[in-house]
Design a protein around this ligand. Sequence first.
Ligand SMILES: NC(=O)c1ccc[n+]([C@@H]2O[C@H](COP(=O)([O-])OP(=O)(O)OC[C@H]3O[C@@H](n4cnc5c(N)ncnc54)[C@H](O)[C@@H]3O)[C@@H](O)[C@H]2O)c1
Length: 298
Amino acid sequence: MLVPALAPVLEKTEQVRLNVSIVGSGAVGKATGTGLRQLGHSVIFCDNDSKVLEGLKKEELLVADSLAAGLASSDIVMICVPTPTVNGHQNLHHVLEAATEIGAALRYASSFKVVAVRSTVLPGSTRREIIPVLERVSGKKAGEDFGVCANPEFLRASSALEDFLSASRIVIGESDSRAGAILAGLYAGLRRPIVRCGLEEAELIKYASNAFLANKISFFNEIYKISRKLGVDDKIVSRAVSLDERIGGYGVIGGSAFGGPCLPKDLEALITFVRELGLNPGILRETARVNEEMRSDQ
Ligand SMILES: NC(=O)c1ccc[n+]([C@@H]2O[C@H](COP(=O)([O-])OP(=O)(O)OC[C@H]3O[C@@H](n4cnc5c(N)ncnc54)[C@H](O)[C@@H]3O)[C@@H](O)[C@H]2O)c1
C-alpha cells in the first residue's frame, strides 16, 4: 500500500527507447547498464580503467573509446563512480572529475541531455558541487540547456542486476520536470513505483535507507548479545520477531558486524554531515559504535 503523502509523486510513465551512457562501469554502473539494455535501451559503457572496459567487451557489451564519444550519442548520462568516505568526509573527487568531462562534452551537445547522478552523494552535493562544475565547463545552464537528476541506486553488490530489475522504488530527484520526465521514461519498463522529488530529497532518501539498514543490524546485534547472556537461542528470538511484517527479515540474524562497500562509509559520512548541520547524530553514532564493538568481538 502506498503511503498517502507519497502517492502524488508516484506516477505511471510510458516506456521509450533511449540512448544511455554509463560513466563508471563497476558494480552499480554495470548492473544499471545491463538492466537498462534488458529494458530495450541502447547503452554504452565508459570507464577510466581499461581493464574494466576489456572485461565488458568480453561480455559483448558496447564500450566507448572515450567519454566524449560515449556522450555524443546519448540522451542520458549516468554517473556511477565511487564516492569514498575519507577521514569521515564524503570525497567527491571521482564525481567531479566525471562531471568535468561530461561538462566538456555538453558544450558541443545540440540536444537536451540529462545527467543522472547514480553515485551516493550527501544532500546538497548535486546542487552545490556537481551542477556548478557541469555549468562552468559546458557554458550552459542546468534546468534549461540540460537536465540533472539525483537518482540513487539501492542495489546490493552481491545481487546487483537482480536488485536493479526488482527495485522496490525508483527515486528521481530532478533539477526540472523535463529532466525528471525523461528519466521516468527510462525506467518505465521496470514497472516499479517512481518517486519524483527534489534533488536533496532524493539524496537524503539514499542515506536514510542505508542508515536505517545499518541501525537494524546493530539493533539485532544487541538482541544477539542479550540472548547469549541469557543463554537463549538468539536465532529463534530474531526470526520470531522478524515474522512481524512491520519488522521483516533483513539484518535480524545477529553475530556479525555490517560491512561491505556502502553501509559503513555512508553511515560515517552521514554522521559528520549531521554534526556539521549542528544536529546530534545520536542514533547514527550509536549504530556505528555497536558495529565497532561487534567487529572487535568477532
Ligand atoms: N556497490 C554497491 O553495492 C552500491 C550500491 C548502491 C550505491 N552504490 C554507490 O554507487 C557508486 C559507485 O559504486 P560502485 O560500487 O559501483 O563502485 P565501483 O568501484 O565498483 O565502480 C566504479 C567505477 O568507476 C570508475 N571510475 C572512477 N572514476 C571515474 C571517472 N572519472 N570516469 C570514468 N570512470 C571512473 C572506476 O574505474 C570503477 O570501474 C558509489 O557512490 C557507491 O556508494 C554502491
